[in-house]
Structure formats: structure tokens, C-alpha cells
Design a protein around this ligand. Sequence first.
Ligand SMILES: *Cc1c(COP(=O)(O)O)cnc(C)c1O
Length: 388
Amino acid sequence: MTTNPPADGAITYAVIDLSVIMHNVRALKAHVGGPVEVIAVVKANGYGHGAAEAARAALAGGATRLAVARVDEGVALRQAGLAAPILVMGYAPPDAAPFIVAHNLTATLTTWEAAQAVSAQAEAAGRRAPVHVKVDTGMGRFGLLPEEAAAFVDQVAALPGLDLEGMFTHFAVADEPAEASRAYTRQQFARFTDVLRAVAAAGHRLRVRHCANSAATLFHAETHLDAVRPGIAIYGLRPNAEVAPPVALQPALALQSRVARVRTLPPGSSISYGRTYTTTRPTPVALVPVGYGDGYHRLLSNRGAVLINGQRAPIVGRVCMDQFVVDVTGIPDVKQDDTVVLIGAQGEARITAEEVARWAETINYEVTTSLLPRVKRVYLPPAADDVR
Ligand SMILES: *Cc1c(COP(=O)(O)O)cnc(C)c1O
């Protein structure tokens, strides 16, 4: 279940199984059914999985559109050769308009200045730029308030360089099963559909109305509309660690390394910076060449664990920038260069991103998104007969 290290000297690497991303998207597509489009969210380097690679796998699994947070993320996907529509979901200032138009990105508009800038740029290029309008129905973050949206849509639709294609909103608590949270999501959705109705009554035909993140895709079927916008679920991770999703999702990423040294420390040996751990007996320990310089959080000090030879080895002492130490008491035969699994399965044992997140007092999203460029990405391609 582990993958051999890359043959370029890299010892700490993330293995990303692209067929798993493809299958996750296929499963989500089957779940939403019929004509509902899947917009695969590949912002932040595809939640650490690699944006372009994740995007290709998602498209192979049936996604028809991509979404990122920023203009330069969209440009990078175009430069990697991706031709699908790319929605930039976050703020794009007026001076980003040349990049939006040159790379045929779909901007999210919330200001008149940006709308004018994108329109002017598209007109100059002899085109109409596709745009979406974002409505803030209760996230309190980005987007127009519901009462501002209809008038803004009228203005935007009148600009000659724009093709007002879609409108969207974003949910705050769609992952939470508590009835109060479900009611809040329904209320956000109702505010959104009120705006959609007003916009339609004013004669605007929007083709891509969307609001469902992974959680709403999985747990709020009434919100699917024309398209869903899952991120975390396409990588096989849960939007809420406590709630099993109704769709079989598999994690696509494993984080692996190699034992750099094994030895037995005598009783009374302190380990790592700050001397936060001291052995009380002869203790066999292994050195793991992973640290916060890889995005492996320092909060895992004296808390986390790894798998070696299919067994758990707890972290002892502080996680440093480049390495940490684990106690391998009771694990037979630990040798230098043995595979270490930090996220993923080995034999019967498994450590999930959700478990690492709990140790680090965060969420699975941050665990994979934190993996820094120093962590080599190793891609397992989809099997040829699996791509259709
Ligand atoms: C990140 C993001 C998503 C995807 O959210 P997940 O919880 O990962 O599915 C969808 N929409 C917007 C606006 C986002 O910022």
C-alpha cells in the first residue's frame, strides 16, 4: 500500500493517486445526477495535491469546470494546458482584467469598477468575457448582499464586453448536522433563490447557478441547482471529520518518508529542542526526516504518530524544521531506510488526514494544503482503461 520513493534523491514525498481523484469525482457526479455540472475546486495547489494534476483527473472523472481562488492560479492552469472553463471565485481587482481576458478566465464580479475593467478589456479583444456574480447570503465574507444583487446584475448585464453566465453563493455551516445549522443553510439557500427569482424576473437568463460546496453536495441535495462546487470531497477527504459522507470517497494523498537513523537511547536522554521529552528506560528511536519546513505542523510535537512496519510509533520531543524522532519500542526490525507513513495506510494500520488534523488542532483541509513545495509530489496515473 506504500509507494517506492522517487528515484531522484527525494526522501519525503506525497503520493497522489490520480485515479482516486477521478473516481471521487465520478462518484460525486453520480450522486448529484442528471445534468448537474461538477465544478472541481483546485485552489491552493489543489488542496496541496497539485492543481493541474488534480484538475486533469477531475475532468477525466466528469467535472466540466474548474474553480480557483485567485487570477494567478487560473493563469497557471492555462499555462499547464487546461482548456476547461475556470472560475476565479475570489476578489480580482480591476488591474487583473488583462489577465482574466487574455487567459479566458471567468471572473467573479462584486464591484462596478472590476466589471467595467473586464468589459473594456474583453471589448478591446473583440470578445465577451464570461462572468459570475457572487452573493453573500450569510457567510459575511465576500459578495454582494442579497438586496444589492439584482440592481448590480442589471448594470453588469448591460456592459457590452460581458457574458453574465452565472451567479453563486457560499454556505457557512453546510457540513454541520445540527438542526440549527441545517436551518441556517436552508435560510441561506432561500435568500439565494429569492435573488435568482428577482434576476430571472428582470429577464436575465443565468446558465450556471451554483452554491453547493462539498458539504452541501453531500448533505443538502436541494441546493444542487445547475452545478455543484466540491473541493475537499474530490480529494477524498470529509468536509466534516465527524460525519461519514453518503458517497464512497477515498483519500487520494499519502505522505511518506524514510527512516533516517535508528538507535537506542539510554534512560535520561532528552530529545530535540527544548528538552520536552526525556527517556525513562532504554528507548529505541527512529529519526524521521520531515518537519515544519515540509508543512508538518510543530503542534504534532509529543502528540502525533507515524507508521513504521505497519505499526504506530509516537512522536517524542519537538518537531523541528527538517526532522523529528519517534519511539519505536515494540516495533520489530526497524531499519534505516524503512518506509515511514505519516498519512495513509501501511498493512492494517492507517493514519488519516483527519487524525493528523485533530493532533494539530486544525482541519483536514489545512493538513494537505500545508504541504510545502519541498515535499516531492509523486503522481500515480489513472489506469489507461479507467479513463473514459
Ligand atoms: C473553497 C471553496 C469551495 C470548496 O469548498 P469545499 O468545502 O472544499 O468543498 C467552494 N466554494 C467556494 C467559494 C470556496 O471558496
